[in-house]
Design a protein around this ligand. Sequence first.
Ligand SMILES: C[S@@+](CC[C@H](N)C(=O)[O-])C[C@H]1O[C@@H](n2cnc3c(N)ncnc32)[C@H](O)[C@@H]1O
Length: 222
Amino acid sequence: MTGCCDPRGYEATFTPRFARRLARRYRRRGLDRLTAKVVRRCVDHGIEGATVLEIGGGVGELHLELLRRGAATATNLELVGTYERDAAELLAEAGMTGRVRRRLLDLAADPAAVEPADVVVLNRVVCCYPDLSGLLGAAAGRARRLLVLTYPRSNPFTRGLMAVENGVTALLGRPYRAFVRPPAEILAVLRAHGLEPAGSENGAIWCLTAATPVSAAAPRPA
Ligand SMILES: C[S@@+](CC[C@H](N)C(=O)[O-])C[C@H]1O[C@@H](n2cnc3c(N)ncnc32)[C@H](O)[C@@H]1O
């Protein structure tokens, strides 16, 4: 792989130090507000006994909390190995090591390698990958009951913020880039893969969209 999909490009941004900081913050303060919203959405939809697929889950606090709330098992896909040590520690502390499979795999590059799951989550991930339709389309194709994703709001402020962030990473010689996606583009990818929006929340910086398969959302005939 080359360019910004090269794991080496991501490792310079999502470093072991970054991972350690995420794990420390979660131990001290629990979930951040956005991640807590994702968990609430999933729980409201029903996750008892569900299988979870998290893409780009970092140290894994999101799927760990879904497991605490009744999900059966989780698979996490990551591009980089820098989170593994902290993720393993958090899992061991929670006594959940056997319920989570962690894989280093780019879903967009190899969708057939990943089994579908009841619930698919991408928290702050589509903004970190250049091929939106490849990644989100593959994720949507693997969601049996629910997909929840979060992404930066598309407005001049977030676009300016990303431009500054991308300028700094370019100056540092790192290939990683962040992206602000128009919501219409996100919805088009979901719909093209058989999902319909099932609720959204817009914060000052982040948006959350939930979507369900059309077949699951359709009313049953009388
Ligand atoms: C901003 S971090 C978010 C981490 C975590 N979800 C959170 O909210 O704290 C984005 C993560 O997505 C991962 N990522 C981006 N594209 C991916 C892909 N195609 N497959 C798997 N992971 C991916 C990156 O490696 C990075 O760890």
